[in-house]
Write a protein that binds this ligand. Sequence first.
Ligand SMILES: [Zn+2]
Length: 511
Amino acid sequence: MELENLRRRGITPILPGDACFRIFETFGLPKDFIEEALHDDGFDFDEAGFERAKEEEQQRARASWKGGSQKSANPVYSELPKTEFEGYSALRVDGARVLALVKDGVGVPSLQPEEEGEVILDATAFYADSGGQQGDIGLLYASDHHTPLAEVRGVTKPVQGVFAHKVLVLQAIAVGDEVDTAVNHENRAATERNHTGTHLLHAALREVLGKHVKQAGSLVNQNRLRFDFSHFTGVSEQEMQEIEDIVNRQVLANAHVETLVDVPIDVAVKELGAMALFGEKYGERVRVVRIGDFSTELCGGTHTRATGEIGLIKLVGESSVSSGVRRLEALSGTGALQEFRRDYDVTRVVNQLVGGSANADSLRLRLAAQDDEVKKLRRELDQARMKAASSTVDEVAESAVTVKGVKVLTQRVSGLDKGQMRTLVDTLRTKLGSGVVVLGAEVEGKVSLIAAVTKDLTGTIQAGKLIGLLAPMVGGKGGGRPDLAEAGGSDAAALTPTLARAAEVVGTLLP
Ligand SMILES: [Zn+2]
């Protein structure tokens, strides 16, 4: 390895300052921590480069603020104090004070029934979108504790620490009011099952695929969990099963989910071995979520109390997000149950259709065999149709009429596709030696016409011109070469009369 070579020659490699700053920015790890970790791994820390990158970033941020960029914080939020989040331990927090109301990005003194807006409180039980976990839904109640004031449809943090409850107002709310915050229990519980499931999945992935697996993003809501991670190939079916087995073993073990708060970051990462997650900013003191001795992560989200609450984790999808990043999707709890119910219904229908009780492998074989059989039959049918059509060639050729000295053959055919019609028109043309052939067919209510002229006559009559006259008679249009032309039409009833007049039309084109 190149680094080893450098060290052997007494050179200490340096990680450039801007790269260190990106780690600081992306993972939110404190500078001291990055510096120490680098030293441990035999790297030097580029202090000056780091400070330069930091200064540049701050200038960029200031510039984007002045430019009124969409990304910069709306001043309506930035002057507010941080919201006290009490939702780790309670799903209902009473007597919260309304600090601000926002309508279309602007602060307002009150919101009226049926209006949509945002409510900012001094304290709340509602979790806000963060760390991949979707915010809570629920209700705000009036100070009498039972009159619903607003339906909370989601919660975000427009600026660090300030929770904006997105609401549909039911009863007028004014700044200064006191409200009760009540989180929808079922929604929260389903989300927590998926969040705890995500931590299990993360640890299982590292066990099965390797320690290079790092979280590259996640989305956790009441319906499902989505987990993006660094890995360079697809996850095989066998690996998926192994992962599923591992996480469900953890669920069945009903391991305790433990939360450690206010842990110094270096203790969390170095002593507890907590995994820091992409895109999260961490302070000096962090929150650590530990599941038995299986998983330890830095995490601000909410979780089940024990893994048994998850019910069951079912992986339902594996895909690529970008180069080197894969995505797994999974269901848990009632979501997994619904999935099994659907699968069970499908299995039942399949078994009724194929008879007996098929498992996936035998079904796959059986359907493949049926597929082959269908293809074979289709081929045989095509051949039979061509044979039937060709066997009448002699007969048909005899039915040719002579118009101004040119032999004209018209025939209605059935059951042939375009390719087969081309073959047949060619056979008939050869049979005729010199002349004009017009074939017509009706396929599923649509008309197909094909006209062919032997080479010796193309100077006198062209197939393209002929089809140009015939096509409108079947409600369509067409064209082609002097020796071969095709048309489609929509008037199936006009096909037979058109073919009957084809010889006459040929006559109008001949001198
Ligand atoms: Zn988490």
